[in-house]
Design a protein around this ligand. Sequence first.
Ligand SMILES: [Zn+2]
Length: 202
Amino acid sequence: MADAALIACHECDLLQREAALPRGGVASCVRCGATLYRSHPDSLERTLALTAGAILLFIIANSFPIVGLALQGQVINTTLYNTVHTLWDEDMKSVATLVFVTTIAMPVLQLGALVYLLVPLRIGRVLPHFELVYRALHAAQPWGMVEVFMLGVIVSLVKLAHLAGVVPGIALWSFAVLMLVMAAIAATFDPRAFWAQVEALQ
Ligand SMILES: [Zn+2]
């Protein structure tokens, strides 16, 4: 990088030249010390690997029961999708929509966007409309709320435990791990590395 790009500090607006960082290094503003950017070694490869893991977890989380309730000798199992369906049928349409959007639609959008952007990049290509997909990925991030969902499920399970036998299902554990993997993706994905690779191709 002979002709280093300029970067403005997001805290104090000071313009400075970007410098190449050592592995795991952090660039700080010379005036106010704010973190400008950090080096994420192998950011895109790691993000891709985590995305593959997240997709697998997401499929398991949606195919198996979240929880089984043992009531009067009967065990009722329910998956996430069934729950959304039941809420809709019980005329709790806004809750059903919220659960669907935050725990199914947004994770699908996020993971789909990552695959669309990173898999072709791995073989040195970018697909059409990738800027739009990149923007969608950013827009989806605050709406994916797997962790809020987990908290809600745990609170309800504790309450339900007084009324019925609660059997946590495979999907519940998958959701718990998915929550961690999604957080790891957010921490690993480095937009700077992404755009640097895209620019190198064009
Ligand atoms: Zn600064």
